[in-house]
Write a protein that binds this ligand. Structure first.
Ligand code: GTQ
Length: 354
């Protein structure tokens, strides 16, 4: 039963109030009391839907796009993964953009920079590359590659197979602030001034330069976290202790300079769920984007149950009870806006029992 006092008024009072609203409307004013309950909800009401994009379909569609236009023509040949609840808005969750990018053999996605931060999670590649800060990093399946805000980046592929990866950008967050800037580089490919592996050697070996901070402001100076290393670390964890009830074996990608998340606006981590493991229910204020590297399983999100396999990408909406079940050994990449919510004091989670 709705016992709110405003619903007990008679028709005449309602009409007088409506007439008042109609008079103040042209002066750019509106009554808060008509919208307050929607503005300050007792708890989040997720808009996004759980959804899985199947690799076979996504790959086929991208290869077709590859026959329609070149990477250079498109600037970025990407199919946007649009949440069914946000069609036309280029959003996978309420706050993050996701897409899958294709660079064919011999192509270049020309150098540009923008104030949005980006990450690439490599799905298929025998040696495509991204260049950042004068260094080229080879992209291999499962690698997590960051593109710090305002750093020139170009992608290329000098191999004979296609390179495909998931892009996640903080586009909706930057749009919210209307804070976007972008520039093209004069050259399609930035000049290479450092040998491959330079950033990882300087910042990603558990050693750090004696002096100086990050060349990339608030982003991690490590711009490729190779899968080989992530998988090795997670594999070791699973040999030395029990999995967490909600997150199995999970390690987050860190900025070695301050221990924070790798990017200032996108939190990312990798999870290993051993075959047969079912996680206990949990929900959090951040919606999750997941790219599966290895293994098959199911994810339940609210009323929806989705199955997933290698290279599938799925979304779990914010503040929605979720569980995962691994049918096989699963290695899964996750990202979300958790880092932003933590900075703003908004992030919360609830963890249930199995
Ligand atoms: O690779 O720079 O999916 O600027 C969307 C915007 C990729 C990129 C996207 C971009 C990029």
């Amino acid at each position: 039963m709705d016992t709110h006092p405003q619903n007990a008024v008679d028709a005449e009072t309602r009409a007088r109030r409506q007439a008042f609203y109609d008079r103040i409307g042209p002066h750019a004013m509106a009554p808060l009391w008509e919208v307050l309950r929607g503005l300050v909800p007792p708890e989040p009401r997720p808009v996004a839907k759980a959804h899985v994009w199947r690799w076979d379909l996504v790959r086929d569609c991208l290869m077709e796009a590859g026959r329609l236009l070149t990477a250079e023509e498109a600037e970025r040949r990407v199919l946007v993964l649009e949440n069914p609840a946000y069609r036309g808005q280029s959003r996978a969750t309420s706050t993050l953009y996701a897409g899958v990018q294709l660079v064919l053999p011999g192509e270049v996605a020309p150098a540009h920079r923008h104030t949005q931060s980006a990450l690439r999670f490599v799905l298929e590649s025998s040696g495509g590359y991204t260049a950042v800060g004068g260094e080229r990093t080879t992209m291999r399946p499962g690698d997590f590659v960051t593109t710090p805000a305002w750093s020139f980046h170009d992608h290329g592929n000098d191999t004979d197979g296609p390179a495909l990866w998931m892009d996640v950008l903080d586009l909706p967050i930057v749009s919210f602030f209307e804070g976007g800037f972008a520039q093209h580089h004069n050259d399609a490919r930035q000049s290479i001034t450092r040998p491959e592996g330079d950033a990882l050697a300087r910042y990603g070996s558990g050693l750090l330069p004696l002096e100086g901070g990050s060349p990339y402001g608030k982003s991690s100076p490590v711009f490729n976290y190779p899968y080989e290393r992530s998988r090795e670390a997670l594999g070791r964890l699973s040999r030395s202790g029990d999995p967490d009830a909600h997150w199995g074996y999970t390690l987050r990608y860190a900025n070695p300079l301050d221990g924070g998340w790798a990017l200032p606006t996108i939190a990312s981590w990798m999870t290993h769920l051993p075959a047969g493991l079912s996680t206990a229910p949990a929900r959090s204020t951040d919606g999750l984007i997941c790219a599966v590297v290895e293994g098959r399983g199911t994810v339940s999100a609210g009323e929806q149950k989705l199955s997933f396999g290698p290279r599938d990408i799925f979304v779990v909406p914010n503040w929605t009870w979720r569980t995962f079940r691994a049918e096989e050994d699963c290695f899964m990449f996750f990202c979300s806006d958790r880092v932003v919510q933590e900075k703003l004091g908004l992030w919360r989670d609830e963890r249930g029992r199995a």
